[in-house]
Design a protein around this ligand. Sequence first.
Ligand code: FAD
Ligand code: SF4
Length: 543
Amino acid sequence: MSHESHFDLIIIGTGAGGGTLAYHLAPSGKRILILERGDYVAREKDNWNPKVVNVDAKYNTKELWRDVDGKELHPHTNYCVGGNTKFYGAALFRLRQKDFGEIRHHGGISPAWPIDYDELEPYYTQAENLYQVHGNRGEDPTEPLAGKSYPWPAVSHEERIQHLADDFRAGGLNPFHTPLGVMLDEKNPRLSPCIRCNTCDGFPCLVHAKSDAQVLCVDPALQYPNVTLLTNALVKRLNTDGSGHQVREVIVERNGALEAYSADIVVVSCGAINSAALLLRSANDKHPNGLANSSDMVGRHYMGHTNSVLMAISKCPNPTIFQKTLSVNDFYFGSKDFEYPMGHISFVGKLDAITLRAGAPAIAPGFTLELMAKHSLDFWLTSEDLPDPNNRVTINRDGAIVLTYTPNNLKAHEQLKAHLQNAMRQNTCSIHGHECHQGLFARSLYVGQRIPLAGVAHQNGTIRFGRDPKTSALDVNCKAHDVDNLYVVDGSFFPSSAAVNPALTIMANALRVGDHLLQRLHVPIAEYAGNETKSTVPQPVAG
Ligand SMILES: Cc1cc2nc3c(=O)[nH]c(=O)nc-3n(C[C@H](O)[C@H](O)[C@H](O)COP(=O)(O)OP(=O)(O)OC[C@H]3O[C@@H](n4cnc5c(N)ncnc54)[C@H](O)[C@@H]3O)c2cc1C
Ligand code: SF4
């Protein structure tokens, strides 16, 4: 292989895992090739058009997967520079300290991680700084201990959400400000990159003010001459040497032709489903069940959270523009009347009538869809799903992804809904009293799709890390047990899914694995520190 096609390190995928790792390793001086199957998301007015984004699904992949019965499945995922962080809601949570240990759920056991919270804590702090998280420490009763305060103050509530927070608090709950990665500077609105709009969660940010992996990681990494990005570069398979212990070739389809690249170290970060699929497709005679799969763990234990969007309809309108500012974790580990963990309550972006029409909820009596959209508080509920070896990613004869998933731990989610219903009933309003709340209405998340199969936003768990090569595919540094130069840094490594959004944990872990790789590549820390980027994005203003 020529010098041009050999690198020190190849990173496959530019999302929360791959993008963050590229940023961290860029100052090392090592020759790094980043391979991304998608392109840059075009900056255009359509970025903020609810019909184009939510109904026409312009930016979703058109790829088709299959369910276990062979039926076509259109996954709600995005292939682009920055990966799914281009579209995410940027709620950036740490897992709870207890999430790293074994937890008994109503539906079974959530297993312990091979590292504890303290090991990831400094990297959570780094990730919060890198992704400019806005939050207030000390408000969330389940929040783990943190070494530093958030780099930015929390995004403030608008009036209706503040009213709800006050009501929840009066009812004995501890609502808190959701930690968010949006570059909003409320003290200097004139200079603030973020304009606090109503098209954030699920939309790309037209003004590049969302803390996504393209804007904050990939673009700054590309300022280094030692870093190269190839877009529209679909990695088809990884070939090993004769011993099977080294990845020797990365086979890429680009411009309709196949190309081969090689590197001393290869990092896979295609998202939990595509990374498992890539390893399975890379089977060879030394790895007959898929690359790095002597444990038979690759593709298994797929998790994606049990999620619901619940619209709480009130007689009072909800004119909120940016709704994702409030969360409730009082039921995360259980309550007096249900001793098992239930999960996390927060918000989606404010729903509008166009988006609602696409996932039509039951209509509240006396309301139209337009009226419902004007009066709804749009909650996002997340409960932990448990790792089941039969929930898995496989490949069919044509090489297409097959996703098999039976939801579990559903009682926890029912209980979470019931607790929210109860909390809403207790709310009072100075105009309508207790009658203000009209009920909770589920919004179908994915029209015409089998739920929850198509909803793969929180995918994780398919290449779990652990200390035992019989029960895990990756070691604690996220290196494949079976292959000496292969790492995985996307959401695949999770042994359990917890019940908060996954991205910050993926980012923090990529930074942790990045430090391990710097050592492995013998990068002198002093040299590395001297080379580190000055951030190209606005930093907190003192005071
Ligand atoms: C609408 C939406 C809202 C969300 N909101 C939140 C939120 O508020 N908070 C939160 O924490 N999380 C949220 N998430 C989830 C979050 O975006 C993901 O957890 C995170 O992006 C996963 O990171 P990753 O690195 O595992 O994969 P991804 O970010 O998906 O990146 C994988 C990358 O690999 C590329 N790729 C795939 N296969 C190949 C291949 N064969 N060759 C080359 N490249 C390949 C893809 O194109 C992609 O760029 C949301 C997701 C969505 C879709
Ligand atoms: S301007 Fe702010 S609120 Fe609007 S999409 Fe961008 S980051 Fe989100």
